[in-house]
Design a protein around this ligand. Structure first.
Ligand SMILES: *Cc1c(COP(=O)(O)O)cnc(C)c1O
Length: 407
């Protein structure tokens, strides 16, 4: 990036503060995601500390981050993986084999369930009907069986699409449904209770949620071996209330004699990745200076549009201290806009831009809309070396759109 010597010390770029950033990414082809190994270690140490002090177990929710090349090192800090279904369960079992494999899925398929039993240690069901359909088989296969509850208590997370407690939500069994359909026989199958209601939230939201969980499901908690607090705990964000989290964990462990699990995704790889892009063109239309880059919000950082949010960009200036740009992708989608940024100098094609906090919900969520190439994935090692983990070619795009066979 064509910028002055000063460092960007914001949390998304903490990992870069020891480097001459311009030189660091010089040799990689853009667009590329770069995973920051040192930041993963940093997050890992925080998560490990919580487990050591409380005796809880923390899992990686793979839907946020499933770059299995680093599972070996993450396995030193975590108790295992959490999966959203068969594929992630298999990935966790294959790539973090020493860890536990937990799975929650909104609904399991009959034809996948037998294979799932090979990989999963804990299987969590979303509804009484799913528990009834599969619970006995899971139990007979020696699995720990759980049900996801819905405490029907929203904690004011900012984004409604991430609120499983929204009215009418399909996610989790409400108290009313539990009392209607969870027979003593079904309770007999249960080892644990799972809830997941938070998104990028602090431990005060967890505390509030636990009050609702205890109020509605406390009598059942006493009969369980474990409680899984789900994800959405923004534990590794600077300023997160770790002490309160640990109090919450200890309280539930003591009161109900249960093992406590947490399964954050974001927190494991928060601020541990970048998306390195290049400016292709500068388009001045009306008041707006558009920078067209070789990455796309819609394809490569889909949460920017889905959530939506403004991703951090290295070297951003305070408003009024530089020039305003609107950054967008090369696709035909008018709304393929990353956002508006104030940057220091007049930028030109060939300059590089580095987006921060790009490890989570990016590589496992991207797509090839418009025939956009997928960014390669690199690893910035602790010693400053950069390794390419994978790169993608035309074939990757084509194969997913048709490989004819007779059925
Ligand atoms: C999404 C999800 C997680 C991880 O959430 P983060 O916000 O990434 O921490 C954990 N458990 C379940 C069931 C989830 O759906």
């Amino acid at each position: 990036m064509n910028q002055k010597k000063e460092k960007d010390e914001r949390p998304p770029f903490m990992g870069l503060s020891q480097y001459d950033v311009r030189g660091l990414f010089e040799n990689i082809n853009t667009p590329a995601y770069v995973i920051d190994e040192a930041m993963l270690h940093k997050n890992g140490r925080i998560l490990k500390g919580i487990q050591e002090r409380t005796g809880c177990k923390i899992l990686l929710a793979q839907k946020a981050f499933s770059n299995y090349d680093v599972y070996g090192m993450l396995g030193k800090y975590l108790a295992g993986t959490e999966a959203s279904g068969l594929y992630e369960a298999r990935l966790g079992a294959e790539e973090m084999p020493e860890g536990e494999v937990h799975v929650f899925c909104g609904a399991y398929r009959e034809d996948e369930f037998v294979e799932l039993l090979k990989y999963a240690d804990h299987i969590v069901f979303n509804s009484p009907a799913q528990l009834k359909k599969f619970g006995q088989r899971a139990k007979e296969a020696g699995k720990s069986v759980g049900i996801r509850i819905n405490p029907e208590h929203s904690t004011g997370g900012e984004h409604e699409i991430y609120d499983p407690c929204a009215k009418g939500s399909r996610l989790g069994t409400t108290k009313e449904q539990w009392e209607k359909y969870i027979t003593p026989e079904l309770i007999g199958l249960l080892d644990g209770i799972h809830f997941h209601t938070l998104c990028e939230q602090d431990s005060d939201a967890l505390e509030e949620t636990l009050t609702a969980v205890e109020e509605k499901f406390g009598t059942y908690l006493k009969q369980m071996k474990w409680v899984n607090f789900g994800g959405g705990h923004h534990i590794t964000r600077p300023g997160y209330g770790i002490e309160r989290l640990e109090q919450c964990i200890s309280k539930i462990q003591k009161r109900y004699q249960v093992e406590v699990y947490l399964e954050p995704g974001e927190a494991v790889a928060l601020n541990a990745g970048y998306l390195v892009t290049e400016i292709l063109d500068v388009v001045e239309n009306g008041e707006t200076t558009n920078l067209i880059i070789d990455a796309s919000a819609a394809c490569h950082m889909p949460d920017v549009i889905e959530m939506p949010y403004l991703p951090p960009l290295y070297g951003t200036k305070e408003e009024g201290e530089g020039k305003e740009y609107r950054i967008g992708g090369p696709t035909c989608l008018a709304g393929d806009i990353v956002g508006d940024y104030c940057l220091g100098e007049s930028l030109v094609p060939g300059d590089r831009l580095i987006f921060g906090d790009m490890a989570i919900y990016t590589m496992c969520k991207n797509n090839t809309f418009n025939g956009m190439p997928l960014p390669s994935i690199c690893l910035l090692k602790e010693n400053g070396d950069i390794e390419e983990l994978v790169c993608f070619q035309y074939e990757e795009f084509k194969r997913r759109l048709g490989t004819k066979r007779k059925i």
